[in-house]
Write a protein that binds this ligand. Structure first.
Ligand SMILES: NC(=O)c1ccc[n+]([C@@H]2O[C@H](COP(=O)([O-])OP(=O)(O)OC[C@H]3O[C@@H](n4cnc5c(N)ncnc54)[C@H](OP(=O)(O)O)[C@@H]3O)[C@@H](O)[C@H]2O)c1
Length: 238
């Protein structure tokens, strides 16, 4: 018997990193899992490795596609919104164009789509879990747009918790996590992440499975709503 036997779980951004680790964990707990993202190659690779998860191609900015997914599943027990969903420009606020700054907020708009279209399909005991990030919790030079986006996600979580109860909504704020988000670094990825880890209290960056474990807590703890959980190796401490 798994914690999620006969339950339906949908993960957006579920073909890589934190979303994929969450999809795998939910499947291992017995859930029927749908995991979506935009890129065909990521979907084929994830499907080959995990044939018992329903991977589908979907952009979280596509309202009709999202609606069709929720309608096809029907009754949904848990939704996890983990898609990156935006092009981010990391440079000081005064050096960013308005367009670049607004671009980071595409992640927020993709999360509002998932919430608005998905919550009606959640069971009364169901949950929605968002993923924000450490830039929302601790300011850093060059990270203003990412920081403001994460703060918006956390603000939405608290506001939405009031409006959708007894359905629940929470947010997990990861520190620096070794995922596909850093694949652009190529063969420098391991060294760069190792260096970044030196600035973290626990002396390393995190793994996607460590964030999936916190998302799993948000899904399974039926007395948690409206909260932000930091999973960052102590990076918020001085
Ligand atoms: N890794 C970190 O250090 C870190 C730190 C703080 C917060 N976060 C947050 O954690 C979340 C997960 O990131 P990750 O680190 O797991 O990155 P990742 O490994 O790059 O995974 C991101 C996933 O989102 C999907 N995606 C991106 N845009 C999408 C869209 N518009 N519609 C549907 N799917 C989309 C990607 O697939 P496609 O490209 O195929 O669409 C991929 O499956 C993100 O919200 C990120 O901002 C990460």
């Amino acid at each position: 018997m798994g914690a999620f036997d006969n339950q339906n779980v949908i993960v957006t951004g579920g073909t890589s990193g934190i979303g994929l680790a969450t999809a795998i964990k939910a499947r291992e707990a017995g859930a029927n899992v749908w995991a979506v993202s935009r890129t065909e190659s990521k979907i084929s690779a994830a499907s080959a490795d995990h044939p018992d998860i329903n991977f589908q191609q979907l952009d979280t900015h596509d309202h009709e596609g999202l609606k069709a997914l929720f309608e096809s599943v029907g009754s949904v027990d848990h939704i996890v919104s983990a898609a990156t969903g935006a092009e981010r420009t990391m440079k000081p606020f005064m050096e960013q164009t308005d367009e670049q700054f607004r671009g980071a907020f595409e992640k927020f708009w993709s999360y509002t789509n998932v919430a608005r279209l998905g919550v009606p399909f959640l069971t009364e005991k169901g949950s929605l879990t968002f993923v924000s990030g450490i830039p929302a919790r601790k300011a850093n030079v060059g990270m203003s747009s990412v920081s403001c986006t994460g703060c918006a996600v956390e603000g939405l979580t608290r506001a939405l918790a009031l409006e959708i109860a007894p359905k629940r909504v929470n947010v997990v704020a990861p520190g620096i996590i070794s995922t596909g988000m850093f694949d652009g670094l190529g063969d420098k990825k391991a060294d760069v992440l190792a260096n970044m880890g030196k600035g973290v209290l626990l002396g390393r960056v995190g793994e996607a499975e460590e964030i999936a474990a916190a998302i799993f807590l948000c899904m399974t703890n039926t007395f948690m709503t409206g909260v932000t959980i930091d999973v960052d190796g102590g990076a918020l401490l001085p």
